[in-house]
Ligand binder design. Sequence first.
Ligand SMILES: *[C@@H]1O[C@H](CO)[C@@H](O)[C@H](O)[C@H]1NC(C)=O
Ligand SMILES: *[C@@H]1O[C@H](CO)[C@@H](O)[C@H](O)[C@H]1NC(C)=O
Ligand SMILES: *[C@@H]1O[C@H](CO)[C@@H](O)[C@H](O)[C@H]1NC(C)=O
Ligand SMILES: *[C@@H]1O[C@H](CO)[C@@H](O)[C@H](O)[C@H]1NC(C)=O
Ligand SMILES: *[C@@H]1O[C@H](CO)[C@@H](O)[C@H](O)[C@H]1NC(C)=O
Length: 385
Amino acid sequence: MKASTLTSLSLSLLSTASSTAASYSPPPLVVDVAPDHLRPYILPRYKGHAIKLTTSGQIIRFSITTNSSDGAFAVVQHTSKWTGWTSARPHTHQEAHEHFYCSKGRVELWTKKNVTGAIDEARVLTLGDFGTAPPGTIHTFQHTDPDSQLTHIYNPAGFEELYNVFSIGDFVSPHGSPYQLIGDDQQPFGDVTPEQEALLNSLDLYVAKADVYVPRRDFVNGTAGDPSINWHNSNNWHNGNNSLSSDPTDPYYVAKDYGPKYLNSENGYKVIQPLLTAEQTPNKNFTIGTLTLSPKLEGDKTNVAKLPHHFAIQMDEGQLALTIQGYKTEYLLPGDVAFIPSGTRFEYYATVPFTKFLYLNGGAKGLDYELLANAVPWDFPAYPE
Ligand SMILES: *[C@@H]1O[C@H](CO)[C@@H](O)[C@H](O)[C@H]1NC(C)=O
Ligand SMILES: *[C@@H]1O[C@H](CO)[C@@H](O)[C@H](O)[C@H]1NC(C)=O
Ligand SMILES: *[C@@H]1O[C@H](CO)[C@@H](O)[C@H](O)[C@H]1NC(C)=O
Ligand SMILES: *[C@@H]1O[C@H](CO)[C@@H](O)[C@H](O)[C@H]1NC(C)=O
Ligand SMILES: *[C@@H]1O[C@H](CO)[C@@H](O)[C@H](O)[C@H]1NC(C)=O
């Protein structure tokens, strides 16, 4: 590294301004760890700085951080084998609005608004299921399939720093193993000490102790809670009409493909499934959803966008060709994450049928806003023939 830096420095001293400009090459777009400052990047699946969260092998990988998003939002991937324990003490945040997306296997999630009379809601999430815990919501989670991945999203960014503080060591896997293979399933923590509690509070985590909250375990067909709430209106779990809450302080869940859907037919087909709009967050500056694209056919144009907010995607299905201004085209596979700062032009198209990604917008007027402006309500998660 050092030698080549010196070489390019000495070359630039000898060369004219124009040839220096021509020899400039930007840092690589595809990275192994999230950058420490705002810039576009693509982080392939199972890449990123990884830390050991528990002695039983649970891993946190940092996909988008305070540094890489300039504080807008953070994303970590939490991977684990099946465990019999929740992987956090039930807790609330005062600043962070936390969102959960099951990106592999199966995860149980609990949410209870911290107000008198609130009902503890619990769901078993499988791939593509979403839940959200606004500030003040007591929540916890547990991986319950042999290879499970929960994507945690925080707006604004900042809370993810807690994982560095409580890391029990870096996890280094040249083969990109999802988690540390440990047979034991120890309880990850005991009662919180006053010292731990003070440290946790300073990191925006407030423990709900066992005298005020114990996660319910009475799941029936993947759900427990108020029987009048969505997700289980009919006899099959994962059923019913999952509309988004109208109160931004309410936790809620959207089962994969059961939420609102819209079709945009401007250039090929795009099915937009909002999971959270600016109305559903007290910060009023974040949106989440999924976008499912038909492949680019002959005559279709490449989609072009330049957004007023920081933007990210996490791939779910298919393959996406993504060209970010100043870089060559990259091809994204499921699990890959791309981060695009505001004001950066990018082009994208699906190379194969049914390419789907999760989108995250650090503001109310992101990609979904533009696509929804020319979309119609739609009854299917699939696009027309
Ligand atoms: C964020 O960036 C600052 C400045 O470069 C650096 O000191 C800090 O260690 C970074 N934080 C992390 C978690 O990488
Ligand atoms: C969103 O709003 C929150 C609360 O006002 C603020 O802390 C955060 O910085 C905002 N984020 C962006 C990207 O504007
Ligand atoms: C729940 O709300 C009460 C009353 O505002 C507060 O005293 C308590 O600290 C909150 N609990 C958590 C875990 O945030
Ligand atoms: C659970 O699912 C089974 C099979 O679909 C169904 O017969 C039963 O009524 C469901 N129970 C509830 C409480 O929804
Ligand atoms: C779902 O709920 C929305 C809002 O309440 C309603 O407009 C829509 O008709 C419902 N759809 C179905 C299939 O029940």
